[in-house]
Design a protein around this ligand. Structure first.
Ligand code: NI
Length: 261
């Protein structure tokens, strides 16, 4: 099975003791390509280091939870980092009203929109994190998509760890978005996500772990790593009525398109 992992955090402390080993384990399980995703300046820098070391890719950006100190200087630094050849996306960026205590929404919104503009300027894909903020995220992205199309630019974005309704998934697809699917797909109570996957065209689904978080069944609750994506591919193949290898291959091709590779 050949797998493109679109969202991992190998720089996380959870991998400090055995990072090399886990990346090797992922490769043996078929994960021959991955994107290490940053969530602030420090993890963005580390993502680039990892991408360089292992010959893969990085995303750089400031997560809404970390947007309290976001200003022009931080944006300029993200821009500088994004110009490295390993960087294929801006992310993860977005809105998270679940963690509004960490960072109020008035701070989250300008951080989000200015990083969207940066992605447009540099022609990078965008990795969106959105939690408990369905309406505002959609409104902002709808406006952004309109502006992009007026400027004749192509929007390439993924809704990471998609958790909203099937109806909204269809709307995102109309904007040109891809839907990121991970461990949650295997959870018993994830009926809504499975419905979303079924209403989305197959050429708009990509695989992701968000590791070290979100371990799939039957290993739910343990540290996640990309080798466990086979469980997600298997679940997806049940929904699509094909083999796990075929499901992974469809997602692989979708990932290449999403990231412009
Ligand atoms: Ni993440």
């Amino acid at each position: 099975m050949k797998i493109f992992e679109t969202h991992t955090h190998y720089e996380d402390r959870a991998f400090d003791a055995d990072r090399d080993e886990m990346i090797k384990k992922g490769r043996e399980a078929g994960v021959d390509c991955f994107v290490n995703v940053g969530s602030d300046l420090e993890t963005s820098r580390k993502s680039i280091e990892i991408a360089r070391k292992y010959g893969v890719y990085a995303a750089v950006g400031v997560h809404p939870e970390n947007a309290s100190d976001f200003d022009e200087n931080v944006l300029a630094e993200i821009e500088k980092l994004a110009k490295n050849p390993e960087v294929i996306a801006i992310g993860e960026i977005g809105l998270d009203y679940h963690w509004e205590d960490e960072c109020p929404r008035e701070k989250q919104k300008p951080a989000f929109t200015s990083q969207l503009s940066l992605a447009a300027k540099l022609d990078k894909a965008i990795i969106i994190h959105s939690r408990d903020a369905a309406e505002d995220t959609f409104e902002i992205l709808k406006k952004f998509a309109k502006k992009m199309s007026e400027e004749g630019k192509t929007l390439r974005l993924v809704m990471h760890c998609y958790g909203y309704s099937p109806e909204l998934a269809k709307e995102y697809v109309k904007l040109g978005a891809y839907i990121g699917v991970g461990g949650v797909l295997t959870f018993k109570n994830a009926k809504k996500l499975r419905e979303s996957v079924l209403v989305v065209p197959r050429d708009r689904v990509v695989l992701e772990t968000d590791s070290p978080y979100m371990s799939p069944e039957p290993e739910r609750g343990t540290r996640n790593d990309p080798s466990k994506l086979r469980y997600v591919a298997e679940k997806l193949s049940e929904l699509w009525d094909c083999t796990a290898e075929e499901a992974a291959e469809i997602c692989y091709q979708n990932s290449l398109r999403l990231f412009g590779l």
